[in-house]
Design a binder for this molecule. Structure first.
Ligand SMILES: Cc1cc2nc3c(=O)[nH]c(=O)nc-3n(C[C@H](O)[C@H](O)[C@H](O)COP(=O)(O)O)c2cc1C
Length: 190
């Protein structure tokens, strides 16, 4: 396919932006939107921090409190989408895949070990996130007590859609990695 080299360049750029989103706290790709299917069947979307990206394995890592609604939703239905938009590059990425949840294994231990003390403190909040309360609770200060509530979420990519906005013509491409069969790459009408 004559377009293949261009498409592979697009994919490399998209992966580069994801890597940057992990490394650069100020980059727009640092805080994507995670979409799940809510317990009531409605779509549910919220901001999360992109904590890790392994290009070879096509795996992204997020962190959450295991008591959070999103974790229950993902346990019930592991299909998820991640949305990114970088206004500087005028690039939107729409990712989809299935997640695995890691609360008490080596993935969780490694993720907890690399978390900063301030980030760890959130997991010590009580009662569970999302519980109605009479007033905002005090911020937790213990950076170890929350470990039992910590959950690493790995998103295993099966689809990536790239959209680049440009006055000269928008460009859109889709990449898939099906469970069965070869990977695909195609331009789409934007
Ligand atoms: C910029 C930003 C980053 C956030 N990062 C995370 C995160 O990495 N993990 C997380 O669980 N919640 C994060 N949150 C909070 C979620 O958006 C959400 O409010 C909370 O996790 C409850 O969602 P849930 O009830 O759907 O589980 C973040 C919120 C903002 C505004």
């Amino acid at each position: 396919m004559s377009e293949a080299p261009d498409l592979q360049t697009v994919l490399a750029e998209a992966f580069g932006l994801l890597a940057r989103g992990v490394a650069d706290r100020r980059h727009a790709f640092h805080t994507p939107t995670l979409a799940t299917t809510g317990a009531d069947g409605f779509p549910a979307a919220r901001s999360v921090v992109l904590r890790g990206f392994e290009a070879e394995a096509r795996r992204l890592r997020l962190h959450s409190d295991s008591r959070a609604a999103k974790v229950a939703e993902l346990a019930a239905d592991p299909r998820a989408a991640l949305h990114f938009y970088d206004p500087g590059a005028a690039v939107q990425l729409r990712l989809a895949g299935r997640v695995t949840l890691h609360a008490a294994d080596a993935v969780a231990e490694a993720a907890w070990a690399e978390s900063r003390p301030f980030s760890r403190q959130c997991y010590a909040i009580g009662p569970a996130p999302g519980t109605p309360c009479p007033a905002p609770p005090a911020a937790p200060t213990d950076s170890e007590a929350g470990r039992p509530n910590f959950c690493a979420v790995l998103l295993h990519l099966s689809r990536l859609e790239w959209l680049h906005l440009a006055a000269s013509g928008h460009r859109r491409a889709r990449f898939t990695w099906p469970a069965e069969g070869p990977a695909t790459a195609t331009w789409l009408v934007p």
